[in-house]
Write a protein that binds this ligand. Sequence first.
Ligand SMILES: C[S@@+](CC[C@H](N)C(=O)[O-])C[C@H]1O[C@@H](n2cnc3c(N)ncnc32)[C@H](O)[C@@H]1O
Length: 613
Amino acid sequence: MPEELDDDFETLLRYLRDARGFDFTGYKRTSLMRRVRHRMEQIGFEEYSEYLDHLQASSDEFASLFNTILINVTTFYRDPDAWEVLRTIVIPQLLAQRGPDDPIRVWSAGCATGQEAYSLAMLLADAVGPESFRQRVKIYATDVDEDALAAARQASYDAKAVENIPAEHLSRFFDQDGTRYVFSKELRRAVIFGRNDLVQDAPISRIDLLVCRNTLMYLNAETQRRVLGRLHFALAPHGILFLGHAEMLLSHSDRFAPFDLKNRLFRKVTDERSAPARMPSETLAESVHDLPGVSNLRELAFRHTPVAQVVLTGDETVALINQHAESLFGLSARDVGRLLRDLELSYRPVELRGYVEQAKVERRSSRIRDVEWLQHGGQALWLEIHVNPLIDAGNGLVGVSVAFFDVSTTRALLDKVEETNKQLENAYEELQSTNEELETTNEELQSTVEELETTNEELQSTNEELETMNEELQSTNDELHEINGALGDKTVELTQAQEFFDSILDSAAVGIIVVDRDMRVTVWNRATVELWGVTDTEARGRQLLALDIGLPTAQLRPLIGNALVDENYSDSIRLDAINRRGRAVRVLIRCSPFKVHDREIRGAMLLIHPDSD
Ligand SMILES: C[S@@+](CC[C@H](N)C(=O)[O-])C[C@H]1O[C@@H](n2cnc3c(N)ncnc32)[C@H](O)[C@@H]1O
């Protein structure tokens, strides 16, 4: 059944073929489209045309698409029953047909990650022994998928991959490396991996056993036919082809004959010709030839036989024509005695003279199949023509018989059977490839689940870390609360001390001024405010000597200078000044260092008394 093609999808396939060198146009569309769609969904595309733009823009996307399309599902000894027949029947027969030193050439085509090639190596090593294996056996293992080939070359598998291998084989042919099983280096040397595209590349030749399993089923009928032509060429005479269990070859019986159909083992068919027809035995001929009227009987039997037949003499003169041949080809008794080459029959419906010549010279029979003959009235007949040399008892050639069998009904039936077979084969292959896709999807899901589990574990541990941090923060918070409380208490204490200190200053009857080392006012008590009329806020932070008050502050400079350098200094000065009311006053000012902890001079302190003298 022809597949329906989607224009955008076909454009995409042509792009892959022309720009990226990989031709998927010969692959079955249903599976191929599902795989491409799968990739598109992964990265959020809906339309093939948009995805094509993306493919053209991104250099990495082709590799991802390629990996999604090619299904690499495989196992060691996949379909064990078939491998058992290979081990017990095919390989022993193959070895029996060869000399003890003859090379044995095997090809695993579409080998994926190598399990099939290594399975073959184990069976052959068992069959011929390790020494002979090393000298005689070559296993070519090919695939289009470079990533799969790279894994195959490593020859290292996890425990799940080797679970199909019998324990005895596993321990004999594998070395364990941690959790991995590595195929024996000794046998590994006989396996040669390489890239080969079955659809486009030339096949390997003189192959005794060709294993091409679960790969053809992804190709459409026409491409399968071409690839099978190559596989036929690749096989040595009598070589065996081993296919996957969904691949039946029902419609290729001209090139491959079943060896064990159930297990999909086929033998290469080579064109062998049949033996010449001989006269019946002398005894039979002699015993009847004297019966009365027998020649008349023979004549009548020949005339009325239901198969059209013409008999020629050794020099190709028409000797006999039966009734059926007369009506089929418009011949008559007048044509008897004429040379074959003078009749239309010599070249229509088929060029007969070559076959007649061959029958005479090589004394071989020929069968000409699938000859179409259009009868008067336009109805088509399908004929199978047998050309047989007629050889007498003394081995002399007496003529040639040409018989025309009407195989129209058989052919119609065969066509029907072939059509049904094709549909069956197709459906079976589709089923198998869908199954493999599902296995891949399952593996993908499995790894997504594993990733989610890992993420979950990570989240769980992040959560635990957060909980721990939270607890730590909580206790830091509690500590801060305590510190804060303590600070509050200290602040209250400090405020109280400050108030106390301010009260002392403000209660003093003398003016108190404290300046820092830059002579900026730091203390300015109430009595000072009363004297000079400048508020505490106005005075604080300003240079004492720059304040505009009624006191000649410049005269204080030497005293303050001394107090700033001499911790034991104390001196006084009388000054005439103007108080805030504008009245002249005389003040006595005592100046001493302002010390902290009784040592460090932080500034100078001035005590201002009204001078009563
Ligand atoms: C499902 S696996 C079969 C592996 C193995 N033969 C088995 O039966 O276990 C199909 C393999 O065919 C390969 N393949 C697909 N198209 C191919 C082609 N045109 N030429 C060679 N190998 C191809 C794929 O890359 C994949 O590794």
